[in-house]
Design a protein around this ligand. Structure first.
Ligand code: GAR
Length: 201
């Protein structure tokens, strides 16, 4: 069983879709041998009710409680490690993870990004694509490295931008694709048909 810790900062709708997808797969004839063993956040405002509803342990490691970023990262890493994950997913975790955390967890540390990397890295990818006047953007799943959205790409897909798109409508369409990419990635990792060490090397 692939043990997965997911880190979020906000509504966690992609995490909810992952939980639902794993439940649906479990009830089907094509179960995915993966389990979300904990949900963590950097803020009390994150939707940790997703874990409470399903009996999944949750935790918050907020940067404000630590003297500096490195100390916060060490506390976050210690908390993640309590759950012994085979995989950690940043799913709308809106902070750069300190290098010691990346070095300890990668390549089994993934991020979802609402653009077709290397286009539009950073925290405002959807807005940036609209402001650039692009007619398409995308969604990407990648291994986290020490850059800003520069890690090895696992999977990505193009999404058209329509003239009447707002940041909200476009982001919602991107998330639909992100959810599929994320579930597929977890399915492949659980089945052993995707090797993160090979992709990262
Ligand atoms: C997702 O689109 C994710 O790719 C993005 O935040 C959203 C989270 O949505 N992450 C980033 O932009 C990281 N740079 P959710 O909280 O509804 O799942």
């Amino acid at each position: 069983m692939l043990k997965v810790v997911v880190l979020i900062s906000g509504t966690g709708s992609n995490l909810r879709a992952l939980l639902d997808g794993l439940d649906e797969a479990r009830a089907s004839d094509a179960p995915i041998a993966a389990e979300i063993v904990a949900i963590g956040a950097d803020t009390e405002r994150a939707n940790l009710a997703l874990g409470d509803e399903r009996g999944i342990p949750t935790f918050v490691v907020a940067p404000g409680a630590y003297p500096d970023r490195a100390a916060w990262g060490d506390a976050l890493l210690a908390k993640v490690r309590e759950f012994g994950p085979d995989l950690t997913i940043l799913s709308g975790f809106m902070r750069l993870v300190p290098p010691r955390v990346v070095d300890a967890l990668a390549p089994e540390l993934l991020n979802t990004h609402p653009a077709y990397l290397p286009e539009f890295p950073g925290a405002h990818a959807v807005r940036d694509a609209l402001e650039a006047g692009a007619n398409e953007t995308g969604a990407t799943i990648m291994i986290v490295d020490n850059g800003v959205d520069t890690g090895p790409i696992i999977d990505q897909r193009r999404i058209a931008i329509t003239p009447d798109d707002t940041e909200a409508t476009l982001h919602e369409r991107i998330k639909v694709v992100e959810r599929q990419l994320l579930l597929d990635t977890v399915r492949h990792l659980a089945a052993g048909t995707l090797n993160l060490k090979e992709i990262a090397s």
